[in-house]
Write a protein that binds this ligand. Structure first.
Ligand SMILES: NC(=O)c1ccc[n+]([C@@H]2O[C@H](COP(=O)([O-])OP(=O)(O)OC[C@H]3O[C@@H](n4cnc5c(N)ncnc54)[C@H](OP(=O)(O)O)[C@@H]3O)[C@@H](O)[C@H]2O)c1
Length: 378
């Protein structure tokens, strides 16, 4: 159970409500170093990608201290790592990736987990959890419904803080044909007057545009990233393994909510564009004195939305398959939003490229954007 020497497994007095969540390395050297400092130091990225194919699932840590604000119920859980990186998951046959994720699920079952959450790319591959759920005894959720809910909340809050009225904003969704992107597009179409959908396949974009029909927004589509240039608010959530949004794609004052892991926004944006606001989508404050037992890159007490969905369902006693597949219903997004809010999960402060964004910083972005507009840039 604790083969990797991480923190200890739970005692018998642990609360009965529990979950397991699968994480995986995204930035191979950085993330392997978090668990195995020496290996992370000596192996190259290529070597990590190669050796990860032969690695078994890894027990990472025991998670404690989650407590519902509504019921006082306590919850514990476990992180299990799937050793594959996003590039490995996209390059191997999908059946090979399913087998590895199912092996992680079996590890969760051995631990006694009652619900399994799929993190980052383990929820992207193939049919987004449906096959995995069929092959496991415990219920599974891919976390997409709450990821959508929190991404939209983050966009609205960032717009408010940048002084952009949703009712007058031009918005764009990049990766609009995906499981998360398509529902985000449908929800944004109800809230803004102009919406641009960007993806790789025109036929799939047309289908999403149809789903957005009859709402507030005039919707256009494009297979070119340049189409986001006039957007005030951009929600980006592609499955690309390298950056798709570069500094020249953004106008001054734009807000970009990057939900993708690995991220869609190039680090060059942080280096050369101090007149745009880039935030990570979906960082959530977890109720209770939570200890994840492992540093996955967020400040203490904060989680990804997909992790929070798994925890909220367990606190609600909903030990059943939840978000699965590539078509998440809007009703499910609202339902998990309501469940999570009741138990005390909430949108956390903003982060951008691994650090917190302060109110003063947002004010400076607004000032620089105003100056850039006066100077004729953007
Ligand atoms: N922050 C969180 O809590 C959280 C939770 C879950 C997932 N995620 C992340 O969210 C992202 C998307 O997940 P998903 O489940 O929605 O995946 P998905 O269903 O595979 O959707 C991704 C979409 O991106 C499109 N795409 C790929 N490369 C593109 C590019 N260069 N430009 C424009 N569109 C592109 C794909 O188009 P095609 O269909 O044509 O290939 C696909 O429609 C992943 O990075 C995942 O790790 C984050």
């Amino acid at each position: 159970m604790n083969a990797s020497g991480a923190n200890s497994s739970p005692a018998h007095s642990e609360p009965q409500d529990n979950f397991a969540f699968i994480i995986h390395p995204i930035d191979p050297k950085r993330d392997v170093s978090r668990k195995y400092p020496l290996l992370g130091k000596i192996l190259t990225e290529g070597q990590i990608n190669f050796f990860s194919r032969f690695f078994p699932p890894v027990y990472i840590s025991h998670i404690t201290g989650i407590r519902s604000e509504a019921t006082g119920k306590e919850l514990h859980g476990w992180f299990i790592a799937c050793p594959f990186t996003p590039k490995t998951m996209l390059s191997l046959p999908v059946e090979t990736v399913y087998r590895k994720i199912v092996a992680c699920g079996h590890k969760a079952e051995e631990l006694g987990a009652r619900l399994l959450g799929l993190g980052a790319f383990t929820s992207v591959v193939g049919d987004a959890g449906e096959t995995i759920a069929r092959r496991l005894d415990i219920p599974v959720t891919n976390g997409d419904a709450y990821t959508v809910y929190m991404a939209i909340e983050a966009v609205k809050e960032a717009a408010r803080r940048m002084g952009i009225a949703m009712s007058a904003a031009r918005a764009a969704v990049v990766g609009a044909t995906g499981a998360i992107g398509s529902v985000c597009a449908e929800l944004l179409a109800r809230q803004v007057p102009e919406l641009t959908l960007v993806g790789l396949r025109q036929d799939a974009l047309d289908a999403v545009r149809e789903r957005c029909g009859g709402q507030m927004a005039r919707v256009r589509t494009s297979t070119h990233i340049d189409a986001i240039y006039d957007a005030d608010l951009i929600l980006t959530v592609t499955s690309a393994t390298s950056a798709v949004i570069e500094p020249e794609h953004l106008k001054a004052g734009a807000v970009v909510c990057d939900v993708a892991r690995p991220r869609d926004v190039s680090v060059r944006v942080a280096q050369v564009r101090d007149d745009v606001l880039v935030i990570e989508g979906g960082m959530v404050e977890v109720p209770g004195p939570v200890d994840f037992g492992f540093n996955f890159g967020f400040p203490p007490g904060k989680s990804y939305a997909c992790m929070a969905e798994t925890m909220a369902l367990a606190l609600e006693g909903r030990y059943e398959d939840y978000s699965l597949g590539k078509h998440i219903a809007i009703e499910q997004v609202y339902e998990i939003g309501e469940i999570a809010a009741r138990h005390g999960f909430k949108l956390s402060g903003f982060r951008s490229f691994e650090r917190a964004v302060s109110d003063e910083e947002i004010e400076r972005v607004r000032e620089r954007a105003a100056a850039a507009r006066l100077g004729g840039r953007g």
